[in-house]
Design a protein around this ligand. Structure first.
Ligand SMILES: NC(=O)c1ccc[n+]([C@@H]2O[C@H](COP(=O)([O-])OP(=O)(O)OC[C@H]3O[C@@H](n4cnc5c(N)ncnc54)[C@H](OP(=O)(O)O)[C@@H]3O)[C@@H](O)[C@H]2O)c1
Length: 270
């Protein structure tokens, strides 16, 4: 099984917070060069300083980019390639969610979500993959979600973006079999980051603490699976169990259960 070259140049999107920042900290122990991408420059610069201080041999490049802007995403890819030649590993982690009944969602937010979760991930992969193939060496870690493997009311558009990431990653992995380029996808359950706060939570209930992992633990398990070239990484035993049971349950039974949740969300909204 192909393994990603984690000692080369690695680009991490969404490195200013949460899972991306935790992944960057771990990757910094092995990479030659790290490229940190997100919008919040101050956070990226602080992380870059921290990483350089911990390992002076590491080269760190900070790239501020709004990945919801297609032109900016293309410019980022071109800039990185002209400055660094290529990237050996691409971590498509940046993403946002929207937890809301669909008709109440702000369309502008949905549009940005699709741009970042789907289009930017596709654009960056399309840009960097040919060079990886030429060198017969590379790795792509796409951050999907447990929702890429199932569905839930209140998360119609977000879930759909993650179904895209899952289908894209699985298919691309098969296309690339035997080329030296490995594609893995990470499908986490709830992770304690800024994500849940930014997504909104119309249930009025906290995430069950037994299901929630820290960003650090999620990143640790993600990297362990990616380093081994795993196709699908679901961090945490309980989440593996929940998703496994969900996949074994007939769809009509899931619909009955989830319909109840949909009704609950609607009653709360009213
Ligand atoms: N947390 C969870 O429960 C959970 C569960 C399953 C999957 N995920 C997935 O995990 C990934 C990381 O999320 P997280 O939990 O670490 O959330 P987070 O703490 O909110 O981090 C999201 C990252 O994405 C970046 N980002 C968002 N919009 C961007 C834009 N327009 N341009 C550039 N960067 C942008 C943010 O940086 P700036 O704001 O600085 O731009 C930030 O670094 C996402 O793809 C998410 O869908 C999360």
């Amino acid at each position: 099984m192909a393994r990603p070259p984690l000692d080369g140049t690695i680009l991490v999107t969404g490195a200013s917070s949460g899972i991306g920042r935790a992944l960057a900290r771990l990757l910094a122990q092995r990479a030659e060069t790290l490229v940190l991408v997100a919008r919040r420059r101050d956070r990226l610069q602080a992380l870059a300083e921290e990483l350089r201080a911990a390992r002076p041999a590491l080269k760190v490049s900070v790239k501020c980019c709004d990945l919801a802007d297609p032109a900016a995403a293309t410019q980022l890819a071109e800039e990185v390639e002209s400055e660094l030649g290529t990237v050996d590993v691409l971590v498509n982690n940046a993403g946002l969610g929207d937890f809301e009944l669909f008709e109440h969602a702000r369309f502008e937010k949905l549009e940005r979500m699709i741009q970042v979760n789907v289009l930017a991930l596709t654009r960056l992969t399309h840009h960097f993959l040919p060079r990886m193939l030429l060198r017969a060496r590379g790795g792509i870690l796409n951050v999907s979600s447990g929702l890429g493997l199932t569905f839930l009311p209140g998360l119609a558009a977000y879930g759909a973006t993650k179904h895209y990431v899952t289908a894209f990653s699985e298919s691309l992995r098969l296309e690339l079999h035997g080329t030296g380029v490995v594609v893995s996808q990470l499908c986490p359950g709830p992770i304690a980051t800024e994500f849940l706060e930014l997504s909104g939570n119309p249930t009025g209930r906290a995430v069950p603490s037994a299901l929630e992992l820290s960003a650090e633990r999620c990143a640790e398990l993600a990297l362990k699976g990616f380093a081994r070239g795993r196709a699908l990484i679901v961090p945490g035993f309980l989440m593996k169990l929940v998703l496994g049971l969900g996949r074994l349950t007939p769809r009509f039974m899931l619909r009955i259960f989830y319909r109840w949740i949909g009704g609950y969300l609607r009653r709360r909204r009213q």
